[in-house]
Write a protein that binds this ligand. Structure first.
Ligand SMILES: [Zn+2]
Length: 268
């Protein structure tokens, strides 16, 4: 009898564990499906018939981690040569002061028609792990820092640090959450003081080919406007994109009417 009870208890435990693991698996895949659905909606509807009519393939270049007093301004000047516009996801405490001294660069980028989005205030919090208090203050303080410089800024976009954010926070966000689908990993190829001219040129070429070999119409490209090597690469990338018939537009322009708050976008 005792043996039967033991076996029954063991079977019950096994079935319970099995059901729990199924539920976890289902939750996981549902989240993924949600994400995919949003991306799919975007894929179906954003390849711009308007841009086809103009004969231009539209892409968005996004710059994280600035604004930087020198390199952001240089990138903005390069964009202006072609009538292009980019999107800058900024770090609040780099606007307010610190080594980047970014407030004038932020104003400059905005006044030249570029779009400004939120990255984070300290760049130290991951939005899939931090508390609600930290999450709220990272976003609010960054928006406040932007509006201290650009009074009427219409901040619609957010790029989570590292691309990490929970599905719940995406859904509840007043911003559109913008990821990327082309990543040349430019931060890996910043110049070091000991670089020879050849080594520096090789780094720039690696960043350039990381973009040019992967770009296609509707791409959202990720770069960082705080490195000299990135600014050098951007000069070449813009020229090549222009020659290949691309137009570089802001993320809001790329997404057009399909952009909505509380949704995540990573490719077109
Ligand atoms: Zn970042």
């Amino acid at each position: 009898m005792r043996k039967i009870i033991k076996i029954t208890a063991f079977l019950l435990l096994f079935v319970t564990l099995f059901l729990v693991s199924c539920e976890k698996e289902e939750k996981h895949s549902l989240n993924n499906l949600d994400d995919l659905a949003v991306i799919a909606t975007h894929e179906e509807t954003t390849s711009a018939p308007e841009s086809e009519a103009q004969g231009k393939k539209r892409v968005a270049i996004t710059f994280d981690d600035g604004p930087h007093n020198v390199y952001t301004k240089r990138i903005v000047d390069e964009l202006e040569k072609y009538g292009f516009h980019a999107t800058f996801f900024v770090v609040g405490n780099r606007i307010d002061g610190g080594t980047y001294n970014g407030s004038s660069a932020l104003k400059y980028a905005y006044e030249k028609g570029n779009e400004i989005g939120i990255h984070g205030y300290t760049h130290k919090a991951y939005y899939n792990k931090c508390s609600d208090e930290v999450y709220d203050s990272e976003l609010k303080n960054t928006e406040k820092a932007i509006k201290n410089v650009i009074k009427n800024a219409d901040v619609r976009l957010m790029r989570p640090v590292g691309g990490h954010i929970t599905s719940e926070r995406v859904q509840q966000s007043k911003y559109s959450v913008i990821l990327w689908n082309v990543d040349p990993e430019d931060w890996k190829y910043k110049y070091s003081s000991g670089d020879s001219d050849e080594a520096a040129a090789q780094k720039v070429e690696t960043i350039v080919s990381g973009v040019m070999e992967n770009v296609s119409e509707g791409s959202i490209i990720l770069m960082h406007d705080i490195y000299e090597s990135t600014a050098d690469a951007v000069c070449i990338i813009l020229e090549r994109l222009f020659e290949e018939g691309y137009e570089v537009v802001t993320v809001s322009e790329l997404l057009g009417e399909n952009r909505a708050s509380g949704k995540k976008y990573s490719c077109g």
